[in-house]
Structures are given as structure tokens and as C-alpha cells.
Design a binder for this molecule. Structure first.
Ligand SMILES: Cc1cc2nc3c(=O)[nH]c(=O)nc-3n(C[C@H](O)[C@H](O)[C@H](O)COP(=O)(O)O)c2cc1C
Length: 186
């Protein structure tokens, strides 16, 4: 397997998941290599429009300095297994949303790290029960990924930590979105 090729059975598995999922190359500027149906539905972009690009294109000119710093630290770190952070993103039609992004690393058994795994969720238009359901689905997706990855000699690093306070997380995201709307349409 060449480093940047997504094994077919992995793509098939990720495509079956109802939540937004993406894989990027762990090298260079982390170009996207794969997005599933959930990602297309969430963002409005097709594979042709985003594959080969860094996912920061979803941020347009939003000020996500703190979240981006946390992501850069995660990407640069050998020890940090995952990261969970909220970012302001825009769909293809220009509408903003607060993206609750989860990222972890796929590693080959020989230590090489070919891919970064990510999942996206619009937390700003959600309700606590939907966030809980998303978290449970992400946990299931990650859990069932283990045997799928094992076929290609890979492991997903880190395990999902559930959101401690879903109501507070959503309230914060809704506030961020309304601040953004006020700034755009004063
Ligand atoms: C697999 C993967 C998926 C990502 N998904 C998103 C995303 O949905 N939205 C987003 O704003 N950033 C996403 N990112 C993060 C950005 O690509 C980038 O790493 C981040 O903005 C920090 O780098 P920068 O400060 O150089 O932009 C993703 C990164 C990777 C590797």
C-alpha cells in the first residue's frame, strides 16, 4: 500500500457511516484524501471540490486562532492522541456554522503515520440529544474501525472522550454563531 492510498474496504466502511468523516494525508499540508456522504451533506461541497485541498478552506476568513493553534499542536505532537475543538466554518453556500471537530491519527503497525482521521458536526444548530446521539455514533464508528483498519495493518490512536456538558457546549456554539451573524449584518 502506498502511503496516500486509502484502502478500499476502509473507504467502504466510512461511506456507510451517517456522520461526517474525512481522511487527510498526514504529510505536507494535510490535503484531504477522502470525504464521506455525511461530510458532503454537512458542507455542501463535493469530493472534487475539496479533495487535494486543506480543510481550512471551510474557515474562509473566520478568526479561529485558538482552535487552529490547538490543532497545529496536535498535528505536531507525537504523544497527543486526539483533539476536539470548535471552529467557525462555512458551507459552500456561504452560511456559517460552528463545527465541532474531532481528529485523531491512523498509524501503521510499523510506526508510520499515513492518515489523519476527522469527524465534523454542526453543533450550532443542534440540540443536546442530537449531540449525544452524534457522540454515540462517533464512538461506534471509531470502535468498529479497529477490525477494518487491522486488515491494512493500521490502528486509530486514542479513544473518544464524550462531551462532558452537551447543553453548555451547544449554548456556547449558538452564542458564537449569533455573534457572527450580528457582525456580518449589523
Ligand atoms: C483530516 C482533517 C480534517 C479537518 N477538518 C476540518 C474541518 O472540517 N474544518 C476546519 O476548519 N478545519 C479542519 N481541519 C483543520 C485544518 O485543516 C488545519 O489543520 C487547521 O486550520 C490548523 O492549521 P492552520 O492554522 O495552518 O490552518 C482538518 C484537518 C484534517 C487533517
Amino acid at each position: 500500500m502506498r502511503d496516500h492510498e486509502i484502502p478500499g474496504h476502509l473507504a467502504t466502511y466510512l461511506n456507510q457511516s451517517p456522520i461526517a468523516l474525512a481522511l487527510a494525508d498526514a504529510r505536507d499540508d494535510n490535503p484531504l484524501l477522502f470525504i464521506n456522504h455525511g461530510f458532503r451533506e454537512l458542507t455542501g461541497y463535493t469530493g472534487e471540490e475539496v479533495i487535494g485541498h486543506n480543510c481550512r478552506m471551510l474557515q474562509r476568513d473566520a478568526d479561529n486562532d485558538e482552535a487552529r493553534e490547538r490543532i497545529r499542536e496536535f498535528l505536531a505532537s507525537e504523544r497527543q492522541l486526539n483533539v476536539r475543538t470548535m471552529l467557525i466554518n462555512f458551507r459552500k453556500d456561504g452560511s456559517p456554522f460552528v463545527n465541532l471537530l474531532y481528529m485523531s491519527k491512523l498509524r501503521q503497525l510499523d510506526g508510520r503515520m499515513p492518515f489523519i482521521f476527522a469527524s465534523q458536526f454542526d453543533v450550532s444548530r443542534s440540540q443536546p440529544d442530537r449531540l449525544v446521539a452524534y457522540d454515540a455514533e462517533l464512538g461506534r464508528t471509531i470502535g468498529k474501525l479497529t477490525p477494518v483498519l487491522a486488515e491494512s495493518g493500521m490502528v486509530l490512536e486514542g479513544s473518544l472522550t464524550a462531551i462532558a456538558n452537551t447543553a453548555a457546549t451547544i449554548a456556547q456554539a449558538k452564542l458564537t454563531l449569533s455573534d457572527l451573524d450580528r457582525a456580518s449584518f449589523p
